[in-house]
Write a protein that binds this ligand. Structure first.
Ligand code: FAD
Ligand code: NAI
Length: 476
């Protein structure tokens, strides 16, 4: 079989891969992207975990369930009366599927627009060849491609608990968690990380009794402690049961559901009985099937591809980006790396600033942050100033009826440079963007405090938190 020659071959069509392919094509490279994800008809569904079983469908369900909760709990405060409120889960799931398909189709359109050649199937390394790498595609049609440069963006998959494989009926990964066909009476979750909190929120809002079992004794350890405490209070108030410091034992399923034995933080033996169990204890890089061993592609002990700061692997002309390499497993991090690699291939200075990658947890209240937490600053002995401003004192938040939480600024004690911004509250996902821009431009808290912010807006809480660093809030 004659091989098809490309300047750049990308393996994986998630946010890391498809964005790398588009940027490479924009830079004038003849580019191919291989992705194996299948839709329910067996056709291509590019976009990876993010589009198919991650960011996009989870946000669709978070939106639907938030509408439901507003209608059920908060419309009355506005004088809006509702009789016979109900949720049609099948319709909600169908809407989510439509949103996913719009994104899949959008990526196929972008490939066409940018003249990226798309191959539907599994890509694996064959061997080094003159001037590049041979990559086989196993799919509806088998193809042999040669790439002068290869970018691996094969993503990650849910980690299962030993002895409790995902059956996606009762023991669910993120995939099954997004397809539960009726609101479970009792839902168990293992892991109170990002997926646990987002998916737990969806099904709690719709009426499930949700219990989350978390191994660590601290809640959201990566989040600023003050913000995590505020979020914990809010989630508990909403009825999410979060048990910290547990040791999960045996998981048994039967026709009725699932039971989980565990030891609680006090050392007492407990059992959680539930209709469904979501296991969200982190993710593992996807490298099986790549035939990495045959070409000597170096992996670490977790199975992640080893890369340097510019995403170069140990093989010349082979790069890797996104969840399959070190760093946070976030779609926007994967995208930034994809762009940076394409630009490095073009001889430009592609670069990702890991200090300004924002994090968002799309619960209600939302949690968002960028930069260092207060506990990190303390641990490294940094001299810093902190300023906080509660949404309770923000006029727009009061009008919205959503006053939980705060904005918190951390700035260098001497230079006033912003070191971290942490938000728990309404629209934190959008508010954090101002902080990211500020930190990219090495702004001081005074810079933000001196900028005119529209009134009434949630963004005024950001300005006020910046003012608070200098102890001169105007509205609190
Ligand atoms: P992926 O998106 O995993 O894409 C990899 C692609 O490569 C897949 O299509 C896979 O089928 C394909 N592939 C793998 N091996 C091969 C092969 N050998 N040949 C061909 N194709 C192959 N991140 C956020 O930033 N914001 C969020 O709100 C968010 N929400 C999430 C919600 C959930 C429930 C989950 C599970 C994740 C969420 N994430 C979120 C994380 C985000 O989905 C990932 O960080 C992101 O998808 C990583 O992109 P990637 O391109 O590295 O890999
Ligand atoms: P996670 O790393 O966020 O959280 C996993 C949690 O499980 C941790 O708190 C961990 O201590 C706990 N845990 C691990 N083993 C356990 C055990 N045996 N028993 C009990 N608890 C245990 O992982 P999660 O939620 O699976 O999500 C994976 C990744 O996907 C996230 O880290 C994030 O990168 C990405 N993601 C991002 C989202 C966003 O940006 N909004 C949304 C969802 C996922």
């Amino acid at each position: 079989m004659a091989s098809k020659q490309f300047d750049v071959v990308v393996i994986g069509g998630g946010p890391g891969g498809y964005i790398a392919a588009i940027r490479a094509a924009q830079l004038g490279f003849n580019t191919a992207c291989i992705d194996e994800w299948k839709n329910d008809k067996g056709g291509p569904a590019p976009g990876g975990t993010c589009t198919n079983v991650g960011c996009i469908p989870s946000k669709a369900l978070l939106q639907s369930s938030e509408h439901y909760e507003h209608a059920a709990r908060h419309f009355g405060e506005h004088g809006i009366g509702l009789k016979d409120l109900s949720i049609d889960v099948k319709k909600m799931l169908a809407r989510k599927d439509t949103v996913v398909k719009q994104n899949n189709d959008g990526i196929l359109y972008l490939f066409k627009k940018n003249k990226v050649s798309f191959f539907h199937g599994r890509g694996s390394f064959v061997k080094a060849v003159e001037g590049g790498w041979e990559v086989a595609v196993a799919g509806a049609a088998n193809e042999a491609l040669v790439g002068r440069q290869v970018i691996v963006a094969t993503g990650s998959s849910a980690r299962a608990l030993p002895g409790a494989a995902f059956d996606e009926e009762t023991v669910l990964s993120n995939d099954g968690a997004l397809r539960i066909g009726a609101v479970p009476k009792k839902l168990g979750l293992i892991g109170s990380g990002v997926i646990g909190l987002e998916m737990g929120s969806v099904w709690r809002r719709l009426g499930a009794e949700v219990t989350v079992l978390e191994a660590l004794p601290t809640f959201l350890g990566a989040v600023d402690e003050q913000i995590a405490k505020e979020a914990h209070k809010a989630f508990t108030r909403q009825g999410l049961k979060i048990e910290l410091g547990v040791k999960v034992g045996e998981i048994k399923t039967d026709k009725k559901g699932v039971s989980v034995t565990y030891t609680d933080a006090k050392g007492a033996a407990q059992t959680l009985a539930a209709d469904k169990l979501i296991v969200s204890i982190g993710r593992v890089p996807n490298t099986t099937g790549l035939n990495a061993g045959a070409v000597g592609l170096k992996l670490d002990e977790r199975g992640a591809i080893v890369v340097d700061a510019e995403c170069r692997t140990n093989l010349p002309g082979v790069w890797a980006v996104g969840d399959v390499v070190r760093g946070p497993m976030l779609a926007h991090k994967a995208e930034e790396e994809g762009v940076a690699v394409a630009e490095c291939i073009a001889g430009q200075h592609g670069h990702v600033n890991f200090n300004t990658i924002p994090w968002v947890i799309y619960t209600s209240p939302e949690i968002a942050w960028v930069g260092e937490t207060e506990q990190q600053l303390k641990a490294r002995g940094a001299a810093y100033k902190a300023g906080t401003f509660p949404f309770m004192a923000n006029g727009r938040a009061r009008a919205l009826g959503d006053t939980t939480g705060m904005v918190k600024f951390l700035a260098d004690a001497k230079t006033d440079e912003i070191l971290g911004v942490h938000i728990v509250g309404p629209m934190a996902s959008e508010l954090i963007a101002e902080a990211v821009v500020a930190m990219e431009f090495k702004a001081s808290s005074e810079d933000i405090a001196r900028i005119c912010h529209a009134h009434p807006s949630l963004s005024e809480a950001t300005k006020e938190a910046a003012l608070a660093v200098d102890k001169r809030t105007l509205n609190f």
